[in-house]
Design a protein around this ligand. Structure first.
Ligand SMILES: Cc1cc2nc3c(=O)[nH]c(=O)nc-3n(C[C@H](O)[C@H](O)[C@H](O)COP(=O)(O)OP(=O)(O)OC[C@H]3O[C@@H](n4cnc5c(N)ncnc54)[C@H](O)[C@@H]3O)c2cc1C
Ligand code: FES
Length: 225
């Protein structure tokens, strides 16, 4: 991990995207890494950092799309321009971008790594599923996206085309399980609670296909069997 660094970065803006917040920070000396890699962000007042996928990497910036689901993410979304926060990264294994017919698939806040991935892949087609119109405002960050809203699941438009594409997906676990059924060989970005982010605590160990994996080092992106 030659490019891994920890730095205190300055908040440039926190923008609302539907129910989510786009936290934009100055990049400092950190490198954005590969799409699907993540950073550990230290929310003010919390002991442990929280893992966040890189959403966008405009020149001189790193941007994270955050769903405020608990104390850490709420503290990150409450940051204001001029505040600073500790950031460590890039971490983990990202998506392989040497694919011929990419199709991005995202569900809910799983859309977070897709804007940066879409840029790396030349803006391929994307299928995105959301709970509501409000949540679907995040689709504006992903080029060439077809959006479905519940009760339709993203697997419905995916089913007829899955085997014609190289699928790269991020979303809730049930969505990833359904995607792997439809698209064997898909690259799937998994999630688990993470305390360190670099392999030291085993807090992120999950059993997948009969073997234990530390998602922060062997993932978060894994190829579906
Ligand atoms: C590699 C990786 C990348 C991520 N990228 C993003 C991102 O780009 N944007 C974003 O909003 N979130 C992302 N997450 C999830 C985010 O890290 C958690 O939502 C956050 O740590 C929750 O912290 P909290 O203190 O707000 O809530 P907590 O109180 O810690 O958790 C709130 C609820 O979420 C559950 N939870 C917490 N962390 C996870 C997790 N990692 N997986 C599944 N359930 C969890 C808890 O059990 C609890 O029910 C990512 C997670 C991983 C592992
Ligand atoms: S988060 Fe510590 S080992 Fe993965």
């Amino acid at each position: 991990m030659p490019e891994l660094r920890r730095e205190r970065l300055r908040v440039l803006a926190v923008e609302q995207v539907g129910p989510y917040s786009l936290l934009r920070v100055s990049r400092g000396m950190l490198t954005p890494g590969r799409p699907g890699q993540f950073f550990m962000l230290s929310p003010p007042g919390r002991l442990l950092p929280r893992p966040m996928s890189l959403c966008l990497a405009p020149p001189g910036e790193l941007a994270f799309l955050i769903d405020a689901v608990g104390p850490g993410t709420r503290a990150l979304c409450a940051l204001a321009p001029g505040n600073t926060l500790d950031v460590l990264g890039p971490l983990g294994n990202g998506f392989r971008v040497d694919v011929r017919r990419p199709l991005l698939v995202g569900g809910g806040i799983g859309v977070a790594p897709l804007p940066y991935l879409a840029e790396a892949l030349g803006r391929p087609p994307a299928l995105l599923g959301f709970r509501s119109e409000h949540h679907a405002q995040a689709a504006a960050l992903v080029p060439n996206a077809e959006v479905v809203l519940e009760p339709t699941y993203v697997t419905e438009p995916l089913a007829p085309v899955a085997r014609r594409h190289d699928v790269l997906a991020c979303g809730p676990e049930p969505m990833l399980a359904a995607v792997r059924e439809l698209a064997p060989g898909a690259q799937l970005a998994w999630e688990a609670p993470m305390a360190c982010g670099y392999g030291a605590c085993y807090g992120c160990a999950v059993e997948l296909d009969g073997s234990w994996k530390r998602l922060c080092v062997e993932g978060p992106v894994l190829v579906a069997a």
